[in-house]
Ligand binder design. Structure first.
Ligand SMILES: C[S@@+](CC[C@H](N)C(=O)[O-])C[C@H]1O[C@@H](n2cnc3c(N)ncnc32)[C@H](O)[C@@H]1O
Length: 188
């Protein structure tokens, strides 16, 4: 057996939790890789809402998902405003935290807006739906976001959500890890 690396593991989780016709969120569109993967999973009967604060990310994502333009909304806004755009039940949300490779490294996700977005996604999420966070923490500001997030997810009630951390412990240079939140009950 080969242990799945972090990014393939995220894809496995998304494949197992997203079906054709579903509504899903990409909270950090970036270059649009996850947005495209989600678009292929939900197909023409589903919908992907993808958010980013940078015009360059919006442009790259729009290009990447050109074939799926009917079923993808690429929104130039922070994920803290998800509730202004999405009101239907979602089956999954994915966030890749940190900065956009190849772009301005000072534009990074921030702990408090990330948590605001998670809270909104928790309200929208169906039972057994997943919120998946890929936590990059080697950059300036990354350790702070990691610690605030770990504190927040660890404090969520066990009867309401299950929280998993998937992490390789003996790799160099602050490798990213995955946090997965599974909704178990509709109310906390
Ligand atoms: C690690 S990159 C995402 C990579 C992306 N998943 C991909 O496939 O290329 C993080 C992204 O988060 C975006 N970002 C930062 N703050 C944000 C916010 N408040 N809301 C939405 N996106 C944000 C950045 O602009 C950047 O594009």
């Amino acid at each position: 057996m080969k242990l799945e690396r972090v990014l393939p593991y995220v894809k496995t989780l998304l494949r197992s939790s997203v079906s054709p016709g579903d509504i899903v969120i990409d909270g950090t569109a970036g270059n649009g890789h996850d947005t495209l993967f989600l678009a292929e999973l939900v197909g023409s009967t589903g919908h992907v809402y993808a958010f980013d604060v940078q015009q360059t990310a919006i442009d790259s994502t729009l290009l990447r998902v050109a074939k799926w333009k009917e079923s993808v909304s690429v929104i130039h806004a922070g994920h803290e405003s998800i509730s202004n755009y999405v009101s239907k039940e979602i089956s999954a949300a994915v966030f890749n935290l940190g900065y956009l490779p190849g772009a301005n490294h000072s534009i990074i996700t921030q702990p408090h807006t990330t948590i605001e977005a998670i809270e909104t996604c928790l309200n929208l999420l169906k039972l057994n739906g997943l919120i998946i966070l890929v936590v990059y923490h080697g950059h300036e500001g990354g350790a702070e976001e990691r610690d605030v997030l770990l504190n927040y997810v660890s404090s969520l009630p066990q009867s309401f959500v299950h929280v998993l951390k998937y992490e390789f412990l003996n790799q160099q240079n602050h490798p990213p890890f995955v946090l997965v939140i599974e909704k178990m009950k509709s109310q906390r």
